[in-house]
Ligand binder design. Structure first.
Ligand SMILES: [Zn+2]
Length: 237
């Protein structure tokens, strides 16, 4: 049977002598594994289709649950992401998060479209704020949304330091916070709100770094993964 699908390459690992094993993220079929044969040879036509970030229409042969790439038509290779080390790690974080959050064999439309859109924007715009926005959305889609509408106990807007509970994913004002919440700076909370489109304003570099640190910690507690690309990106900031 042949399958035609739009897919984003999340991972590509060497397989046998000349092949690559791809983790493809598709809109309709979620995540699936496919072999791309002969692509380690210099002259291979499908070389482009066996690299992370490749967004293409793939034609796959399916036999006994195994997929082989027959052909691919490139939509976007997001090449600027490979030419700038910060963009590269931010974009790799997007792929990493998709790979960790998207279960195998489940439809992943919203996350898929958001990932493709984010990679496209990262080619043109500053990548840090886009990564914060992507992580917030990806976590919400996975069932781990952060509550950014003020103090979760008294309901007041938060204008100064606050505290975040990794258990409830809520922020609390100074008066309402309890001991087991992590302190959060004003700029971190504001950055998260701006990225979530809950507030208008300009993002600051320091706020982006702090927001990413908080999201990485939250993410690793929920998913039990360190997020290596995300850690590397934060280190580079
Ligand atoms: Zn409060």
């Amino acid at each position: 049977m042949e399958i035609k699908c739009n897919a984003l390459v999340l991972r590509a690992v060497d397989y046998k002598e000349n092949d690559k094993l791809l983790t493809l993220f598709t809109a309709d079929r979620g995540k699936l594994t496919a072999v791309c044969r002969g692509v380690k040879k210099a002259s291979a036509k499908l070389k482009f289709a066996a690299q992370p970030f490749c967004f293409a229409e793939y034609v796959l042969a399916e036999r006994a649950g195994r997929h082989t790439v027959i052909s691919a038509f490139l939509h976007d290779g997001f090449y600027p992401l490979r030419e700038d080390i910060q963009k590269f790690y931010a974009a790799s974080s997007v792929l990493e998060v998709c790979n960790l959050l998207q279960p195998e064999g489940m439809e992943g439309g919203a996350l898929f479209f958001h990932a493709v859109q984010t990679l496209g924007k990262m080619c043109q715009e500053s990548e840090g704020g886009l990564l914060v926005e992507f992580l917030l959305n990806a976590l919400a889609l996975a069932g781990y949304p952060l509550r950014l509408d003020g103090c979760a106990k008294c309901g007041n807007a938060i204008k100064s330091r606050s505290r975040f509970s990794f258990d409830t994913a809520c922020f609390y004002c100074d008066e309402c916070s309890s001991e087991n919440c992590a302190p959060v700076s004003e700029v971190t909370y504001r950055t998260l709100r701006i990225a979530a489109k809950a507030e208008e304003g300009e993002l600051e570099a320091d706020g982006v770094k702090r927001a990413l640190r908080l999201l990485k910690e939250y993410f690793s507690q929920k998913i039990e993964s360190k997020g290596e690309s995300l850690s590397e990106y934060i280190r580079l900031l």
